[in-house]
Design a protein. Structure first.
Length: 246
């Protein structure tokens, strides 16, 4: 006869619903501290090998380092997006350096990308479509209702301006070092102005998003309360039995 005595609650295995898993933050999606270190290694390898030997070995070393990092992340079953984007970024930078014929060309791609992004973020503020708000609303499906609220648009303008300053500072400093043929300092600036400045812009973005979300929730609650009040008034008006005439 099978023993069907129920197990105590303490012995039951609690199953976790996959849908309840916490959504990774933007910092985690970018790879976190591991992602920052991984993105910095190919650049550091390029600078060191170029200083010790020449541009050719430096290019192959940087590409090899990016591929090795991607393989390690695959083996450890970590997020692949930072690794894949790292390989493509290093490969494009290496190709540009090869075509330019100078080691400093390795950093041109990053300068160009920062210039395009900085210009895009700046223009978005002038046309009253701050990209931080547009991107965040698109990713989370919150809609663009915040554009009707001047305070919310202002908050997203501030966050967009922070990103614009980050991209602009990268272009100004790194382009100056590029023109001065300071390849080693250019590599150091690339690392120093990477994730550290990105972290500052992210803090401003989180500040803006929280303020806008708080304002949106307050507006939704006010609209809900107003709707309930109207429903009660209509119910009281039409549900009351009509008085009979004498």
């Amino acid at each position: 006869m099978t023993d069907e005595t129920p197990k105590p609650e303490s012995e039951k295995v609690e199953q976790v619903d996959p849908a309840e898993k916490p959504i990774p933050t933007l910092w985690e999606q970018m790879g976190g501290m591991v992602g920052f270190i991984s993105a910095s290694i190919p650049v550091a390898v390029f600078v060191i090998v170029n200083w010790a030997t020449s541009m050719g070995p430096a290019i192959w070393s940087a590409v090899g380092a990016a591929v090795l990092i991607a393989v390690i992340r695959i083996i450890r079953k970590e997020q692949l997006m930072p690794a894949i984007s790292g390989i493509f970024g290093v490969a494009i930078a290496a190709f540009i350096a090869y075509r330019v014929g100078e080691a400093k060309g390795f950093f041109l791609y990053g300068i160009w990308v920062s210039g395009v992004l900085g210009g895009s973020f700046l223009i978005s503020m002038f046309v009253r479509w701050p990209l931080v708000g547009v991107i965040w609303s698109t990713l989370n499906g919150h809609g663009l209702g915040w554009r009707k609220d001047p305070k919310s648009r202002r908050d997203y303008d501030i966050a967009t301006a922070a990103w614009t300053l980050v991209f602009a500072s990268r272009v100004v400093v790194q382009q100056w070092l590029y023109n001065a043929d300071e390849t080693t300092l250019l590599g150091i600036a690339r690392i120093a102005m990477g994730y550290p400045l990105t972290a500052i812009a992210l803090l401003v973005t989180v500040w803006a998003v929280r303020r806008v979300d708080k304002r949106d929730k307050a507006r939704e609650e006010a609209e809900k309360a107003e709707t309930e009040t109207i429903e009660r008034e209509l119910r009281a008006k039409y549900d009351t039995p009509a008085q009979e005439s004498p």
